[in-house]
Design a binder for this molecule. Structure first.
Ligand SMILES: [Ca+2]
Ligand SMILES: [Ca+2]
Length: 285
């Protein structure tokens, strides 16, 4: 009887603890398990940016809309594709009234720019052929570089992740990757290193996921959903690939676009949403 009482009491306490933990939905759980090798301790980092997207509109103290331009000769960025609902920033990819594919994005240039650090995004995306979802970093030292000096130190494009649900898996085309590009976009100058070595698991789409991306003097590391599932860990060591480490501040871009890399667009699969629940950035102390 006494044992039973203690057991019941302990169960109640445990249950209360679990329920309590569930109510703190804005707390990022269990930092220590985010990195498979345990090499990152968040106590060594300071939070420098955070948006929970709890507002019903764009927080212009943190973001601006991406320019309304044609992308990849396959679609257009349009502000009307961005919305804010239920604590999410949402890009709705769809056709406009003339049948043109439209999507959108937001970015932080001139508002928040940082060199190095730890980047965290929680998001979910719809599976649709022809879509190209990305969370990436960019700076003027990459965008306007016309010469190229062989080094990423003066600027780079850091594609934290690119997801193309329509990738041709049958021919081993990956649907998820991370990349670094430097020395500008002029052909002959552009240098790149990418890791597209792994495929997403089948039930990836339509559920929230966490990506943590560490950019430091040694290069770039990405963890998808911590240590779980396929232990999807990417490592792009900068020294190994020849001066591939950027050391100037970059701004963030969250975007969706279209492109042949993502497979052939199937309008019957639209609209498709890219929902972002949270973005936060840390700097090493
Ligand atoms: Ca350069
Ligand atoms: Ca949120």
């Amino acid at each position: 009887m006494r044992k039973s009482f203690i057991f019941t009491a302990l169960t109640a306490i445990l249950l209360a603890a679990v329920l309590s933990a569930c109510t703190h939905d804005k707390t990022i759980p269990n930092y220590k398990n985010i990195y498979a090798d345990g090499s990152i301790n968040l106590q060594n980092f300071t939070l420098t940016f955070r948006d929970d997207f709890d507002s019903e509109e764009l927080d212009t103290g943190k973001w601006r809309y991406s320019p309304e331009i044609e992308r990849q000769k396959a679609g257009w960025w349009k502000n009307e594709c961005s919305s804010f609902k239920d604590g999410n920033y949402i890009i709705t990819c769809r056709l406009d009234k003339d049948g043109n594919p439209i999507s959108g994005g937001i970015q932080t240039n001139g508002i928040f720019e940082q060199a190095f650090g730890l980047y965290h995004i929680r998001f979910k995306i719809d599976k649709a052929d022809g879509l190209w979802y990305a969370f990436w970093l960019l700076c003027d030292g990459m965008e306007y570089d016309k010469t190229g000096d062989g080094s990423a130190a003066d600027g780079a494009e850091l594609d934290i992740f690119e997801i193309v649900p329509g990738a041709d898996k049958a021919n081993n085309r990956a649907d998820f990757g991370t990349s670094v590009h430097w020395d500008g976009y002029i052909e002959g100058n552009l240098k790149s290193k990418s890791d597209f070595s792994k495929h997403l698991y089948d039930d990836f789409y339509g559920k929230y996921h966490d990506i943590w991306y560490l950019w430091d003097k040694d290069g770039y590391k990405l963890y998808l959903d911590g240590t779980s599932r396929q232990n999807l860990v990417y490592d792009l060591p900068g020294d190994k690939y020849g001066n591939g480490v950027c050391s100037v501040p970059c701004y963030m871009i969250i975007s969706a676009e279209y492109g042949i890399w993502g497979g052939t667009l199937d309008p019957s699969q639209l609209p498709a949403n890219f929902c972002v629940d949270l973005v936060e950035v840390y700097q090493e102390k």
